[in-house]
Design a binder for this molecule. Structure first.
Ligand SMILES: [Zn+2]
Ligand SMILES: [Zn+2]
Length: 141
């Protein structure tokens, strides 16, 4: 088990900030249809388990996007904040919020079968199809 990494960050307007323990200096990308609708591109996230503390919680709106997952965003500026699994509380924090990502690398891309042809990442990463990801982390298509 690699050491956890303290991270902090805030949304575009600053109403919501957080401190969390990342599970490593790692980013993941999700290419699924829902994430791309939400972000206009892949959702880049940092896995933090359930170890995330938000400040300004009254500025957070949570959208239940499926039976298994929900997505938080800032009510004021609309910044995407997190994707969270309802059962486990396991949270992926939006990478764009984080103050300092030095030393972080992208290690995984999920729902690679949903990725449209008009972009691709050059980084060498693990790639999982939607069905493989659901088998690992729960949820359904
Ligand atoms: Zn905001
Ligand atoms: Zn997704």
């Amino acid at each position: 088990m690699p050491d956890k990494v303290d991270i902090s960050g805030k949304c575009l307007c600053g109403a919501v900030s957080f401190k969390a323990k990342a599970e490593g200096r790692h980013l993941g990308a999700c290419h699924c249809d829902m994430c791309r609708k939400w972000c206009s591109g892949p959702f880049l996230e940092i896995e933090c388990g359930s170890d995330v503390n938000f400040k300004g919680e009254n500025h957070i709106s949570v959208y239940s996007s499926s039976d298994w997952g929900e997505r938080g965003f800032c009510k004021t500026c609309g910044s995407n904040l997190f994707y969270r699994l309802k059962d486990s509380g396991s949270t992926g924090v939006a990478a764009g919020l984080v103050d300092d990502l030095s030393g972080f690398t992208m290690i995984a891309q999920v729902c690679i079968d949903d990725k449209p042809p008009y972009y691709s990442f050059a980084e060498k990463t693990k790639k999982l199809a939607c069905a493989e990801m659901f088998a690992l982390y729960g949820g359904d298509t």
